[in-house]
Design a protein around this ligand. Sequence first.
Ligand code: SF4
Ligand code: SF4
Length: 258
Amino acid sequence: MPNPKDFAILFDASRCIGCKACQVACKQWNDLEAENTKNRGSYANPPRLTSHTWISMRYYEGLKPDGDPYFDFIRGSCMHCTHAPCVTACPTGAMAHREGGVVTVDEKTCIGCRSCVQACPYGAVHFDEARGVVQKCTMCYDRISHGDQPACVKACPTDALTFGTYQEIRAMAEERVRVLKERGHTRANIYGLRELGGTHVLYVLTEHPSQYDLPKAVREAEKRAATGWLSAGIAAAALGAGLKFIVERREALKGGNQ
Ligand code: SF4
Ligand code: SF4
């Protein structure tokens, strides 16, 4: 479970209007390149996160069990997991937890092996071909470590996003679920309390998480974790062998030059 004083974000799906102000603010603050996109019959655009899109709104529509239509929105991004598979998979320690439980990548140490990309259950980390390193949401660490809010939270016009300590955010989520249930949203729930040791981004949902692909995403990634960790292990082993070879070769060359 996250430390009560850790940083956290609440995404309240019952307040979100799907306007993408958060997605745009993220692009703007982090100076992320625009991407060529096309209409695929959904408002989600681009359809998934990329190395240049660190937040992507997802759209879900259909009929509830009682026949009422729904049109719901989910903020897709890094969840800043406590037991983060990306951190476990990283062979160089480039992907790591920083103060406040935030997961970031150190570009100087990243070797671009992409073990973290395979390991992430949420598809939140991507390789940037041009820079040769991976990229993802940093929870605006450059802002929050100076007492400001993440850019997405600041831009949200409906207070669907809130930033605070984990303790505050969790209490807020619990209170919101209580209110929603009182208002007839009997399936209201909090997502992120148990997943991967508790995530630093919590969701308030009005429907079961399966409606938004969430447990599926985690289950699939957990399945991938077995193979992902395996391949990460292989990558780490290969890296270790590679480094050993380089060191031995360097030593041999030094010896030859003496
Ligand atoms: S969501 Fe993915 S990238 Fe973010 S901390 Fe969890 S495993 Fe790592
Ligand atoms: S800015 Fe707020 S309301 Fe708009 S899409 Fe993002 S979370 Fe939803």
